[in-house]
Design a protein around this ligand. Structure first.
Ligand SMILES: Cc1cc2nc3c(=O)[nH]c(=O)nc-3n(C[C@H](O)[C@H](O)[C@H](O)COP(=O)(O)OP(=O)(O)OC[C@H]3O[C@@H](n4cnc5c(N)ncnc54)[C@H](O)[C@@H]3O)c2cc1C
Length: 448
């Protein structure tokens, strides 16, 4: 057994300024790419060995795409000769000590000259431990694979049980959170219910499969325009999704979701897409953290901590236009990563720094085939086929890596003509803790 004390970070000593980037997400990779070629040593830490393209995560959960189509290994991205003095380590950063300028991992500490936290977010359950224990989050590839197994296993069991109550619980899916993730997941499941599942399970009556989308506010897609929300609501109705607005889920014990007001829904699957908070690293002074994000100035420098930066979802940069910080989407992270690279180079040359100004390129959400919404600059709102085609184009182009672009595009073209959705394989059976029904099923049918 290799104990952590037998490991070492093995980062070569250097006379150059060392930039330590925590997180190879949208912010981290754009910073590292643009820093290349200057007189820095760049060290990137991530707890996973790939960059994930989260906007397509829901397609992995619904068996539309395989996970390798939406991820790019960080070593492949930065492995070529083009990247000199770049060092990736697969390790979780556990703390930072700004007083002595070091970051800590379970296998050791590393001194930095510049530290950049680009750690994104984690699910926020607002303190409800029961929901945290029993619900399915959708933030990482393992979450999407768990949810995919859960859904396919639920259909298999529903097809075999003689108990109508258990069958209904297996066919009820509750998605909490009517933001882009919840809406896109609900739409994809509704299309699966119509085009894919009845052929796969001819003995099962899919008119009994209910997809509930529960949103606490008075409209779906609250971050988008009222026009986009109204259109999305209409599309969800057309697809037969049960949308419950102004409604909170108060409890879930793995079997029954209790909504505010007392309504109860028996469900084996509750997906939590209702909130996120920053994936904070221990060691920051309390005054540098606000509402779960790290307070930064217009140069992404953490307030009160020279040489320490935060960017992307984790960073809270308050401006006149964005008093509550920038939207937690990919573009601010990409743009902040690119600008910080320029500013670090300027610091090295003692030049004036450029403040960050967000260039909002708009937002998109897809609900189903020919059903999408887009809020574009200059108050342009698109919906229907045009928004759908824009969504497909933008997402293929934004994927990292030629192979991923090709795989995703060919999958979508195939799906367009056949209505088939990927490979519905339960590669890795998953049983959520406390799931009585699934555990019994696996014990009976899956024992060696
Ligand atoms: C399901 C889903 C759907 C989304 N859909 C859209 C969309 O349609 N459009 C859009 O613009 N945005 C979308 N987003 C939001 C978008 O993905 C984020 O805004 C963006 O990823 C933020 O980039 P980032 O660099 O701040 O963080 P991320 O891209 O999340 O990267 C953070 C990285 O940090 C690593 N990390 C975290 N903590 C540690 C640690 N302690 N030690 C080491 N590594 C660590 C993580 O492994 C990860 O690789 C979606 C997000 C999700 C989860």
């Amino acid at each position: 057994m290799l104990e952590p004390d037998k490991l070492s970070l093995n980062i070569p000593d250097t006379t150059k300024p060392r930039v330590v980037i925590v997180g190879g997400g949208f912010g981290g990779i754009n910073l590292a790419k643009k820093l290349n070629g200057e007189r820095f040593q760049v060290v990137m830490f991530d707890r996973q060995n790939y960059h994930g393209f989260w906007p397509l995560l829901y397609q992995v959960a619904t068996a539309g795409l395989e996970p390798d189509a939406i991820a790019e290994p960080l070593r492949k991205m930065f492995g070529s000769d083009e990247y000199q003095d770049f060092h990736f380590r697969l390790v979780k950063v556990t703390g930072v000590n700004p007083a002595i300028k070091t970051v800590s991992t379970i296998i050791g500490d590393l001194p930095y000259d510049y530290l950049v936290m680009a750690t994104g977010t984690k699910s926020n359950y607002f303190g409800n431990e029961q929901i945290k224990k029993y619900s399915f989050p959708l933030k990482q590839i393992p979450h999407a694979l768990n949810l995919r197994s859960q859904l396919l296993q639920a259909f298999e069991q529903a097809n075999m049980t003689n108990d109508p109550e258990i069958r209904q619980s297996l066919l009820n899916i509750v998605i909490v959170g009517g933001g882009p993730t919840g809406v896109e997941l609900a739409g994809a499941l509704a299309e699966m219910r119509k085009h894919v599942l009845p052929d796969d399970y001819s003995g099962l009556d899919f008119s009994k499969m209910n997809i509930y989308l529960v949103e606490g506010m008075d409209r779906v897609l609250p971050p988008m325009s009222p026009e986009a929300s109204a259109k999305t609501y209409k599309y969800l109705m057309e697809l037969g999704v049960v949308v419950k607005l102004n409604t909170l889920v108060e409890a879930y014990d793995g079997e029954t979701a209790v909504l505010k007001g007392g309504e109860q829904i028996k469900t084996n699957t509750l997906v939590w897409a209702a909130g996120v908070s920053g994936a904070l690293i221990d060691g920051l002074p309390p005054e540098a953290v606000e509402r779960g994000r790290v307070l930064v100035d217009e140069y992404n420098q953490v307030i009160g901590l020279p040489g320490v930066f935060a960017l992307g979802d984790i960073a809270l940069m308050k401006t006149e236009k964005y008093p509550k910080g920038h939207p937690m989407v990919a573009q601010p992270a990409i743009q902040q990563g690119q600008l910080l690279a320029k500013n670090l180079k300027r610091m090295l040359r003692n030049e004036r720094l450029e403040p960050f100004e967000y260039n909002d390129k708009g937002s998109l959400a897809i609900i189903g085939r020919n059903r999408a919404v887009a809020d574009l600059p200059k108050n342009i709102h698109l919906s229907g086929f045009l928004a759908w085609a824009t969504w497909l184009f933008v997402h293929v182009m934004a994927l990292v890596g030629f192979r991923n672009k090709l795989v995703v595009l060919s999958n979508w073209v195939y799906k367009f003509f056949t209505y088939e959705s990927g490979t519905r394989l339960i590669i890795r059976p998953f049983v959520r803790k406390g799931d009585r029904v699934k555990q019994e099923f696996l014990n009976k049918y899956n024992s060696d």
